[in-house]
Design a protein around this ligand. Structure first.
Ligand code: IVH
Length: 680
């Protein structure tokens, strides 16, 4: 095919690729662009047109950074040489000890030459180049085996797709850190909060989350950077020291740490650490320490490594940044599972380059333990992480005006009553309507173990939420094909598939539904047990706790939760509106009991008036024989078992035409059925 492309075109494509890569390097690695963005864009478009027209695309073409389709999962990649971690030091004394240890191991008193550079707080990456071209990018994983994230890493502009310069090794593994600038991180989090998505705790998590995206287009949108600091396996080139290798990396077009200094002896190293420590506030990225490495590769080899760390390097970790500020408020935030976590709102304060205006207080017990009150002056610290924490209250600053915050009894988002399990610190909002939880609950609802609605996974639920197509549970059954077609990710076929899957789910089994609806503590098994014991959903409305406890494998905790769920009018309203939208559950689990031929299988009884046995014993008798003992008479009640002094239940049964029987008749029915059974 290539032969058919005119030589001039081929050359133009090759020149454009070279030129564009050069500009990209100047812009993203050297921070020194020589052309304007529109000029770059126009060259890029010219290249893209030529490539499309002639089908000639070089692997290092800048057009190959973006546009890869989402993948199903990341493949595993073995590292040719293990990717190690670093030993930590938390004081200058420990740094001195490190130096002494090395001298002892090397059996020499000569000062050692070290390199000193900031430690980037991101995600470690290995970039494998073959004959100068980027072949693969992989995460560290467990150090021996990571994940192939090439398609995502290609989207990072400062990652060379091709090694520059003349010294090109046959194969080389370059190690570096993918990271996100603090500004970018804060911007991303603001955006996420606006979209009702969970914020990232720190730039490291944000980088990791961005790299581990199955859709490379998402990675491309996050402004990630690379800083290269290490070497793995290499063939066809050799280096004598860290600095020689760094010089080569610069020449080859790799971004390296902003500051690398060579220092002889630990005294000077400590001086450099101090400098970085004061300078680090000005770095645009998050750094939690300084990496100190023996410069000479020969010495590195001699020193070797421990199981997971080299002996020739160490990370000096900065102490946590601290500042004091005033607690303006204590509020609760509702997580995806309904857990309400308290957080403090501060008078905004800058701590180590980051503005801190709130911090989690973990749980309500912790507030009491630390005695944090609204109006208190507190010491807040940020360790390596951006997550701040309250260290302590400055009690001397109390004026007496401080306010103790009581543990809330209502959800701060939806105002429903909250539940606190005995012996647990967490308090939870159980409402199905709580907007803070709806999105996550819907993801669970539609999941494979739940209603199994194919096409309604996390991504699409997020999309439907952000477009306002889903706000409440019921909205799932209101989605129309036309609405989906207006969304970026849907075409005619996928919209049809999703609406069909939603339609199909209306006929799911009761067992699936009871799991999918997300009743606290009700897993798949408990849901199935409930379905086996209750004929239909309505049988659970206003159910009594004892009836649930009557199911053998169900204990107090689940029973309390099921009871609370079905005795909350808001939930019942929701279930009814789902029914009105066409939800029509089947219950093969219950039918199985009917087939099993127990005397009362498939029958619902209600007991009223005085009985010769205790109420519990009569219920047990019914349930042990396959029946269901319900608490209220309804149209679905088969028999009212009435004794002396029967009251309103009897009236209702007469009104609804429900058959009334005595306790003796109940026994007869049971025996009769058993007798019949014997005949077969
Ligand atoms: S050198 C043998 N230099 O910190 C390991 N690592 O906590 C050589 N890191 O796994 C690593 N900045 O991901 C080195 N300037 C730097 C670094 C750096 C960040 C990361 C790296 C390493 C981790 C250890």
């Amino acid at each position: 095919m290539d032969e058919q492309i005119p030589v001039a075109v081929r050359q133009e494509i090759e020149n454009l690729v070279r030129e564009l890569n050069d500009h990209s390097y100047r812009y993203h690695v050297q921070d020194n662009p020589v052309i304007s963005d529109p000029e770059y864009d126009s060259l890029y478009r010219r290249l893209k047109n030529l490539e499309e027209k002639h089908g000639y695309v070089l692997p290092e073409s800048p057009t190959q950074r973006v546009g890869a389709a989402p993948s199903e999962k990341f493949e595993k990649v073995k590292h040719a040489e293990p990717m190690l971690s670093l030993d930590n030091a938390f004081s200058y004394e420990e740094m001195q000890e490190f130096d002494k240890r090395l001298k002892r191991l090397l059996d020499s008193q000569e000062e050692i030459e070290y390199t000193v550079e900031p430690k980037y707080d991101g995600l470690a990456m290995e970039l494998t180049y073959k004959n100068g071209l980027l072949l693969r990018a992989s995460t560290r994983g467990d150090g021996y085996e990571g994940e192939d994230v090439t398609r995502n890493i290609r989207t990072i502009r400062s990652v060379p797709l091709k090694i520059r310069g003349k010294r090109i090794p046959a194969e080389i593994d370059i190690r570096g850190e993918v990271y996100m600038d603090i500004n970018e991180f804060e911007k991303l989090n603001r955006q996420r909060e606006q979209n009702n998505e969970a914020a990232f705790a720190n730039p490291r998590n944000a980088s990791a989350g961005s790299v581990r995206q199955l859709d490379p287009r998402v990675t491309a949108e996050r402004k990630l950077h690379l800083a290269c600091y290490g070497i793995g396996a290499v063939t066809g080139l050799s280096f004598r020291s860290q600095t020689e290798f760094t010089e080569w990396m610069k020449e080859a077009g790799f971004p390296v740490p902003v500051r690398i200094v060579i220092s002889e002896g630990m005294e000077k190293v400590v001086g450099e650490i101090r400098k970085i420590e004061t300078e680090r506030e000005t770095f645009p990225f998050e750094t939690d320490g300084v990496v100190v490495k023996v410069n000479d590769f020969g010495l590195q080899k001699k020193l070797g490594m421990k199981t997971r760390e080299p002996r020739w390097a160490i990370a000096y970790k900065f102490p946590a940044h601290q500042a004091s500020t005033v607690v303006k408020d204590i509020r609760g935030s509702v997580g995806r599972t309904g857990v309400i976590t308290p957080f403090a709102v501060f008078e905004p304060v800058r701590i180590g380059g980051v503005t801190v205006s709130r911090s989690t207080l973990h749980n309500w017990d912790e507030i009491q333990r630390k005695d944090i009150r609204i109006g208190d002056t507190v010491v807040v610290e940020r360790a390596g992480d951006v997550i701040p924490r309250v260290v302590m209250v400055v009690k001397e600053k109390r004026t007496g005006q401080e306010k103790v915050m009581p543990v809330p009894d209502r959800c701060p988002v939806c105002d429903s009553r909250v539940l606190r399990d005995e012996g647990e610190v967490a308090i939870k909002c159980l409402s199905l309507h709580c907007p803070a939880q709806v999105q996550e609950k819907i993801i669970h609802f539609a999941s494979r173990g739940g209603m199994d609605i194919e096409g309604l996974g996390e991504k699409n639920v997020e999309l439907l939420f952000s477009r306002g197509l889903i706000r409440h549970f019921e909205d799932i059954y209101r989605i129309r094909k036309e609405d989906l077609l207006e969304l970026p990710r849907f075409a005619r076929k996928s919209a049809q598939n999703l609406t069909s899957a939603i339609e199909k789910s209306k006929h799911a089994t009761l067992g699936r539904f009871l799991f999918a609806i997300g009743i606290l503590h009700v897993g798949e098994y408990a849901a199935k047990l409930l379905a086996r014991n209750f004929r239909k959903l309505e049988d659970l409305y206003n159910v009594r706790k004892e009836s649930i406890l009557g199911i053998k494998q169900i204990g107090e905790k689940i029973a309390a939760s099921v009871f609370a769920f079905f005795n909350d009018q808001k939930n019942i309203d929701l279930l009814n509106s789902l029914k009105n939208l066409g939800l029509n559950l089947s219950n093969p689990d219950f039918a199985a009991e009917i087939k099993s031929g127990l005397p009362f299988s498939g029958m619902t009884f209600v007991i009223t008036g005085s009985m010769p046995k205790s109420r519990k014993e009569v219920e047990d008798l019914i349930e042990n024989n396959g029946g269901h003992a319900a608490s209220a008479v309804s149209a679905s009640t088969d028999y009212l078992v009435a004794g002396e002094n029967a009251g309103s239940k009897l009236d209702k049964a007469i009104k609804l035409g429900v058959k009334t029987i005595s306790y003796e008749k109940l026994l007869d029915m049971m025996k009769g059925a058993k007798g019949q059974q014997k005949l077969f």
